[in-house]
Design a protein around this ligand. Structure first.
Ligand code: ZN
Ligand code: ZN
Ligand code: FE
Length: 747
């Protein structure tokens, strides 16, 4: 060896993060090959371990490019390098994982069809031309098909399909985009479509072509997707959409839409740059955006709603379907009213009988039911439902997390649960409202599934304080774990702080429908001062009775009655027995819920007496707002603890109603009134508690108008405003907040 030969080095690199099942090893293999480096790469229980050997210059370049050039689905959390003695290794290999090690975080979220696969899908000479199950290491199903770990084909719902020689060759070639792509498939060896009629009898002919023809003729087709079934029909066909709405009885929620392209989406809603990025990103959520007045959709897609929920095709089946139909489809979760989305074939056929005219199925089973995620960017970025595309991505817990593995059971409505190991928190997919057997089963099975996927045996279990929540009961029945009860609104506050890595303390204005208070009453219009570990209640909405308890949630007129009575106004004759009930206190708990106040005003304004889902009255009240209306109502904000007293507001609303003022004007005045009171309360409390830091959370802040007005005014007043971004502002964020609280209290 000449003394001029460049110095050889050998470096060991440990990479942590989402680096398994995302094509990281073949990427390292290619990069090392390109730079002429020897060594190896392997997956182990901590992530990826690799060693490279070669010239110092090549190793430096390797290290410099390792992160920036990584495959799209990889998330590198930590890269640590260590120098070793060179051993003379000239070739680079992908090594087997060590046996018997439990994986750290091997499962990634499902990812939308990548550009390479989409190109092949529409390439007439490609062997996967129009194949609805094309995928690769950079895209395709993951979480929804995983049965267990290690993430390997036999432990996915692809186990029943044997790769043909061509697919097998791709799978085994480290230089191929499909190296170790577990769901790899082609028309010769993979899943296929089938079509059944309304009575589940097979329909002959090309399933996709027949489904497309029937859709174009106005039929309602149940389509098996990635995480469950959708019900689809032409979005522009009033008769089809109206029929779908009628068949999904008691259903008032807006239907989601699937547009063929970004350009098509732009004809439906106005999209800012972040919204366009979200629409076309790998997560492919439903993006909720302001509806265009000339949007070419049937009226009954989203009656009266100022926003439409739009998504782009995210599976190859969607791509070919939308291309062939050639126009926007309604693509709504296939369920009946409150039930969870159907995802198993026999169950879907039974439950959707009488709703769907046709079933477009495939034979790749869905392991975990996963709804479409819902996000919006206006007035600021927020997630309304975090599910497909995001789950099971880990979130960090601040402060180094916890030594003791932890489970947080969440709340009742829009339930999610959360598992924690160290400083990583896995928030589950959207489970739904824990009020029926189906949902409870998803909850318990989901927890068991996550525990095995992430190898977490919880020693600490966090739960809501509400004794009647099924999630609380579940926690209390577990043996051997240390229980931590977390107050509902504190969990909302803690979730927002933890998500942003903030320690607090902050003023929390937490407005929602229902949350069990420390005094046993129903809270929901709360001002807290605290951090992740503790809080004090420093203010609230004036409490009123909730006549009939839970029934007042479904029947906003009951809250209207209670607020009239409490404001000294005689309710209409028909409501008098309810007013009596409220006064007696029987089955009428006290509530400081802001959501219920919005309900009451919606009922008083004649907008809605009864609701079919939580929050409906408030959503319609916001949608009704007449923006030419400049006025506001009187309201009192005073005292310590601070009280927002809206009795004057209620009297003024009643007077407006009596005077025939339009519901739109009442709605606008009311929103402005509550926004002003909230801003006044926050600024006063911030000054008393010597902080400039305010957290806004709780389901009431799903109101674009309220959130925009309050956060805008507080920011203008020089305060720092924090709002949940990656987790829902509603109860979907509770589990993560509980986890954050429990982690600090048991650390
Ligand atoms: Zn792909
Ligand atoms: Zn094949
Ligand atoms: Fe809540």
């Amino acid at each position: 060896m000449s003394i001029d030969a460049p110095a050889r080095r050998r470096t060991r690199v440990r990479v942590n993060g989402t680096v398994q099942g995302v094509g990281f090893r073949p990427y390292v293999y290619r990069l090392a090959g390109e730079l002429g480096l020897g060594g190896y790469v392997l997956n182990d229980s901590h992530g990826v371990l690799l060693e490279v050997e070669g010239s110092a210059h090549a190793i430096e370049e390797f290290l410099a490019r390792l992160g920036p050039d990584a495959p799209p689905l990889a998330v590198l959390e930590r890269v640590a390098a260590e120098e070793l003695e060179p051993g003379g290794e000239r070739s680079f290999t992908i090594r087997e994982s060590p046996r018997g090690e439990t994986p750290d975080a091997p499962i990634t979220p499902d990812s939308a069809t990548c550009e390479d696969c989409r190109r092949e899908l529409f390439d007439p000479v490609d062997r996967r031309y129009r194949y609805p199950f094309i995928n690769c290491t950079n895209c395709g199903p993951r979480f929804t098909i995983v049965l267990g770990v290690p993430y390997d084909r036999p432990l996915t719902t692809m186990a029943g399909f044997t790769m043909c020689p061509e697919c097998r060759a791709e799978y085994e070639d480290p230089g191929d985009r499909r190296f170790h792509a577990q769901p790899n498939a082609c028309p010769a060896c993979g899943p296929s479509l089938s079509l059944l009629d309304a009575d589940a009898r097979p329909v002959t002919g090309d399933p996709l072509a027949s489904a497309v023809n029937r859709l174009r003729a106005g039929a309602i087709v149940a389509i098996k997707g990635l995480g469950g079934y959708h019900l689809a029909c032409l979005a522009g066909d009033e008769r089809a959409v109206g029929t779908l709405r009628a068949r999904k009885h008691r259903e008032d929620k807006p239907f989601a839409l699937m547009a063929q392209s970004l350009a098509a989406a732009r004809t439906l809603v106005s999209l800012d740059a972040p919204a366009q990025e979200l629409l076309s990103g790998p997560e492919r959520p439903i993006v909720l955006a302001p509806r265009r007045r000339d949007a070419p959709v049937a009226e009954s897609v989203a009656p009266g709603a100022p926003e439409l929920g739009v998504m782009l095709p995210y599976s190859p089946l969607h791509h070919v379907l939308l291309a062939d139909v050639g126009t926007t489809l309604v693509m709504t979760s296939a369920n009946v009213s409150d039930e969870p989305i159907a995802y198993r074939d026999d169950d879907a056929l039974a439950r959707l009988h009488g709703i769907a005219d046709l079933f477009l199925l495939h034979d790749r089973p869905i392991q975990t039911r996963t709804d479409d995620s819902v996000v919006r960017t206006v007035p600021r970025r927020g997630v309304l439902r975090r599910s497909r595309g995001y789950v099971p991505g880990a979130l960090a817990l601040p402060g180094g997390g916890t030594r003791r593995p932890l489970l947080a059971c969440g709340a009742e409505l829009k339930n999610t649960f959360c598992l924690v190991k160290g400083s990583r928190a896995w928030v589950s997919h959207h489970i739904g409202d824990l009020q029926n057997y189906e949902t409870l089963r998803s909850f318990t099975e989901g927890i068991a599934h996550f525990q095995s996927l992430f190898a977490v045996e919880p020693e600490v279990v966090a739960h809501d304080l509400h004794p009647e929540y099924l999630s609380t009961k579940y926690a209390l029945e577990l043996d051997g774990a240390e229980l931590v009860g977390v107050q509902h609104h504190h969990a909302h506050l803690a979730a927002c702080l933890a998500e942003h890595g903030e320690a607090g303390p902050a003023i929390g204005a937490i407005f929602d429908g229902t949350g069990y208070g420390l005094d046993g009453s129903v809270w929901g219009g709360e001002f807290l001062f605290g951090d992740v570990s503790s809080f004090r209640r420093i203010g609230s909405l004036l409490p009123v009775r909730m006549p009939g308890g839970e029934r007042a949630i479904k029947q906003p007129w009951r809250m209207a009655c209670a607020w009239l009575d409490s404001s000294g106004i005689e309710p209409p004759a028909a409501w008098r027995p309810t007013a009596e009930l409220a006064r007696s206190g029987l089955a009428s708990p006290w509530t400081s819920s802001m959501g219920r106040l919005f309900d009451a005003v919606a009922a008083l304004a004649g907008i809605r007496d009864e609701v079919n889902y939580e929050g409906q009255a408030a959503i319609e009240l916001e949608a009704a707002c007449d923006f030419t209306e400049p006025g506001a109502y009187p309201i009192w904000v005073s005292g310590a603890p601070l009280v927002i007293d809206p009795r004057e507001t209620i009297r003024a609303v009643a007077a407006d109603v009596a005077a025939g003022v339009s519901p739109g004007a009442i709605a606008r005045r009311f929103h402005r009134t509550i926004a002003r009171a909230t801003v006044d309360a926050c600024t006063a409390l911030a000054s008393v508690h010597a902080t400039d830091f305010v957290v806004l959370s709780g389901g009431v802040f799903q109101s674009r108008l309220l959130l925009a007005t309050v956060s805008g005014a507080l920011t203008e007043a020089g305060l720092r405003v924090l709002v949940p971004e990656r987790l829902p502002v509603n109860d979907g964020g509770i589990a993560y907040g509980q986890a954050a609280v429990a982690a600090v209290s048991t650390a």
